[in-house]
Design a protein around this ligand. Structure first.
Ligand code: GLN
Length: 227
């Protein structure tokens, strides 16, 4: 399986993401600069964290116009797994690939800490290797992680089981403790916590590794690869 790690001006978690899938998961990976227009030959797309375009005008608001975003949309429509972490999640929201919007953290402070998450849905390509209701520890590092959506959208998210991760304790004011959601089809996941920073016990937790293993297993099953 070959992953594209999209690099925007201001990305700063691209190396961590590359390390997670290449060295820890053992898959193929390549960096793709945001000015590229094609993702042909890639089986999965990873939008890493950071401060694309310095977080002006809103987080992700400029990056969503990057040329590569049309190819990201196409990959999503083709059913390929698309994962946006932190700034990647913010870009997916601005691009309309996921519903809702991100506000500044309730207490207006940047939060950088390991947090406890609850796995709410294991029926996705990203979470099959977890147990339902499992508590995992994954670090966050964001100033704008306060997820917001209106009540009608929240109802849809709940009805379609699109809420995949919640914070055990609400750290930033997010509606319904939301830490990560998928699109309706389930192949696009946005999450504020950084699974790529939790792939080795040396980093304090390896609870993020199962997310990448889930993607790989799902891809192997879909493509009937047994070895
Ligand atoms: N680690 C990150 O991706 C930072 C996210 C974002 N730019 C924020 O501070 O909200």
């Amino acid at each position: 399986m070959k992953f594209a790690v999209i690099v925007f001006p201001g990305s700063n978690c691209d190396l961590d993401m590359y390390h997670a899938v290449k060295d820890e998961l053992g898959a193929e990976a390549e960096y793709v600069w945001h000015e590229e227009t094609s993702l042909a030959g890639f089986d999965g797309v990873l939008l890493p964290g950071g401060f694309s375009y310095g977080d002006y005008l809103r987080t992700g608001a400029i990056a969503r116009f990057s040329p590569i975003m049309n190819a990201v949309k196409q990959a999503a429509e083709e059913g390929k797994p698309v994962l946006g972490v932190c700034n990647g999640f913010q870009i997916l929201l601005e691009a309309g690939l996921l519903p809702g919007a991100m506000l500044r953290n309730e207490k207006l402070k940047f939060i950088c800490a390991p947090v406890k998450l609850v796995v709410e849905n294991t029926g996705t390509p990203f979470t099959a290797a977890y147990d339902d209701g499992q508590e995992i520890t994954i670090p966050v590092a964001h100033g704008e992680g306060n997820y917001f959506c209106d009540e009608a959208t929240l109802k849809q998210l709940k009805d379609n089981k699109q809420i995949v991760f919640t914070y055990k304790n609400n750290i930033n004011g997010s509606v319904a403790n939301i830490a990560g959601i998928t699109n309706k089809a389930g192949n696009v996941l946005g999450m504020m916590p950084h699974p790529e920073r939790a792939v080795d016990q040396l980093l304090g937790s390896k609870d993020g590794l199962a997310l990448f293993q889930s993607i790989l297993s799902h891809w192997r099953e879909k493509n009937a690869i047994t070895s």
